[in-house]
Design a protein around this ligand. Structure first.
Ligand SMILES: NC(=O)c1ccc[n+]([C@@H]2O[C@H](COP(=O)([O-])OP(=O)(O)OC[C@H]3O[C@@H](n4cnc5c(N)ncnc54)[C@H](O)[C@@H]3O)[C@@H](O)[C@H]2O)c1
Length: 375
C-alpha cells in the first residue's frame, strides 16, 4: 500500500468532509494507494482545533505557505472562497505539489485560464472536485450513453437544485457576494457539477441562452445588521450540443432556490429508442425508458452499492454523500498513479476551463437577452 501525504488548505465545510473521507479509507477494498492527512492550513485558528484531534496531522498553520514549504506533503487539496482560488492554486503549483482543486477552478474565466497555464508550466497532476458522478445511478447513465442504443438523442437535462437560499433569515455567507463568489454566482457554485458528465460525454455547449435570477437583495449579516447580496441564485442554461451528427438541446439547471430540494443532482438523457433518468433525491432509483414492440416502457431499477471502487459495504446498501467523496478521492489518487483504467476520472483542468467558457457566455446572454456562442 503506497501512502500519499495530503495537505488541506481551507478547513471549512469541504476541508472537514475530505478529512473524514481519508479517516475511513479502510472502507475501500484492494486499493493500492492510501491518503494520509499530514497538514492543514486555515486562517481561522479555531478551525484548526478540529483537525488537531485527527491522527497523522503533524502540522496545523494559519499560513498556508508554511505548509507548502513542508516536505511532508505530496498533494494539496484547496477549499477556500473563490476569489482566492487563482492565487492559492498557483502558489501550490509553484511549490511543486500536486493539486486537487475545488470548483469552480478560479473566480472567472481569466482566473481559470491562468491556473491552467500554471498547471502546464508546473507539470503537476491537477484535477478538480466533482463527486456526484460517482453515485451508481450517474455511472449507469454515463455507461449507457457511451454504449449507444438510445437512438437519436432528443433532449439532455443536467442539473443541481437546492433550496437553502429560500429562507430570507439565513445569514449571508461569502457565496452571496459577487466579489468573493464571482460574478457567475450560482454558475460557479453548482455549474461544474452539472457539466462534468456532459463534457466527459463530448457534449460541449456550442451556444447558450441563459435565464439567471437573483435571490434576496439583502440578508442578515450575522452582526445585527443587513448585508447586500448580489449573486445570481438560479440559472437555466438552454444550450445546443452535438451528438451523433445531430443538434441536441441540453438544459443545465443550477438553483439555490428550488422549493423543497436538498442537494439534488440529476441527469436525464432521452432518445428515440431509450433513455435514462437519475436524481440523487432518490439515490437508489434509476429510471430507464425503452420502446418495446409497440409500447413505450418506463421501468425503475433499485440500485445498491455499485461503486467504481469496491468497498466493504454490502452490495444492497445505499450510498451517500460521504461515500461519493471517498470514491472521487480514490479516482484522483488512482489516476495520479496511472491506475485509473476505464473508471471515471475527476474533472480535468481542460474541462474546468471549458465550464468557465460556458459561464462567461451565459453572463453575456443574460446581459444582452440573446443566444451567445461559447468561445
Ligand atoms: N464539491 C462540493 O460538493 C463542494 C461543496 C461546497 C463547497 N465547495 C467548494 O469548496 C470551496 C470552499 O467552500 P466551503 O463551503 O468549504 O467554504 P467554507 O467557507 O466552509 O470554508 C472555507 C475555509 O477557507 C478558510 N480560508 C479563507 N481564506 C484562507 C486562506 N487565505 N488560507 C487558508 N484558509 C483560508 C476559511 O477560514 C474557511 O475555514 C469552494 O471552492 C466551494 O465552491 C465544493
Amino acid at each position: 500500500m503506497k501512502t500519499v501525504r495530503i495537505g488541506i488548505i481551507g478547513g471549512g465545510l469541504m476541508g472537514r468532509e475530505m478529512a473524514s473521507a481519508f479517516a475511513r479509507w479502510c472502507a475501500l477494498k484492494d486499493l493500492p494507494v492510501q491518503p494520509v492527512l499530514t497538514a492543514v492550513a486555515d486562517v481561522n485558528p479555531a478551525v484548526l482545533e478540529w483537525f488537531r484531534a485527527l491522527p497523522g496531522v503533524a502540522l496545523t498553520t494559519t499560513d498556508y505557505h508554511e505548509m507548502l514549504r513542508s516536505p511532508e506533503v505530496d498533494v494539496v487539496y484547496v477549499a477556500v472562497p473563490h476569489h482566492l482560488h487563482e492565487r492559492v492554486y498557483c502558489d501550490v503549483l509553484a511549490a511543486g505539489k500536486d493539486l486537487f482543486a475545488e470548483k469552480p477552478f478560479g473566480i472567472n474565466l481569466a482566473a481559470a485560464e491562468a491556473i491552467f497555464e500554471a498547471t502546464l508550466k508546473s507539470g503537476a497532476f491537477v484535477r478538480c472536485s466533482s463527486e456526484f458522478p460517482y453515485f451508481p445511478g450517474a455511472q449507469r447513465v454515463f455507461k449507457a450513453v457511451g454504449a449507444g442504443g438510445m437512438g437519436r438523442l432528443l433532449e439532455i437535462r443536467s442539473g443541481f437544485h437546492h433550496s437553502s437560499d429560500l429562507d430570507p433569515t439565513k445569514v449571508a455567507n461569502w457565496k452571496r457576494f459577487s466579489g468573493i463568489c464571482g460574478e457567475v454566482g450560482v454558475l460557479g457554485d453548482l455549474g461544474m457539477h452539472t457539466l462534468h458528465v456532459p463534457l466527459r460525454l463530448g457534449w460541449v455547449p456550442r451556444t447558450v441562452y441563459a435565464q439567471l435570477q437573483k435571490g434576496y437583495a439583502e440578508r442578515p449579516d450575522g452582526k445585527g445588521g443587513m448585508a447586500e447580496c448580489d449573486t445570481w441564485d438560479n440559472a437555466m442554461l438552454h444550450t445546443w450540443v452535438e451528438s451523433g451528427g445531430e443538434d441536441v438541446p441540453m438544459r443545465l439547471e443550477m438553483k439555490r432556490m428550488a422549493p423543497g430540494a436538498t442537494n439534488s443532482w440529476f441527469i436525464e438523457v432521452l432518445g428515440t429508442e431509450g433513455g435514462m433518468s437519475y436524481s440523487t433525491a432518490e439515490p437508489k432509483t434509476l429510471k430507464t425508458f425503452r420502446r418495446k414492440g409497440g409500447e413505450q416502457v418506463w421501468e425503475t431499477v433499485s440500485l445498491g452499492f455499485e461503486m467504481p471502487f469496491p468497498a466493504i459495504t454490502g452490495g444492497i446498501f445505499e450510498p451517500g454523500f460521504p461515500d461519493i467523496m471517498q470514491q472521487m478521492w480514490a479516482a484522483y489518487l488512482m489516476e495520479r498513479e496511472g491506475l485509473l483504467g476505464e473508471r471515471f476520472g475527476c474533472v480535468t483542468p481542460e474541462e474546468a476551463v471549458a465550464s468557465h467558457r460556458v459561464f462567461a457566455a451565459a453572463l453575456e446572454s443574460q446581459r444582452d437577452g440573446r443566444v451567445v456562442a461559447v468561445k
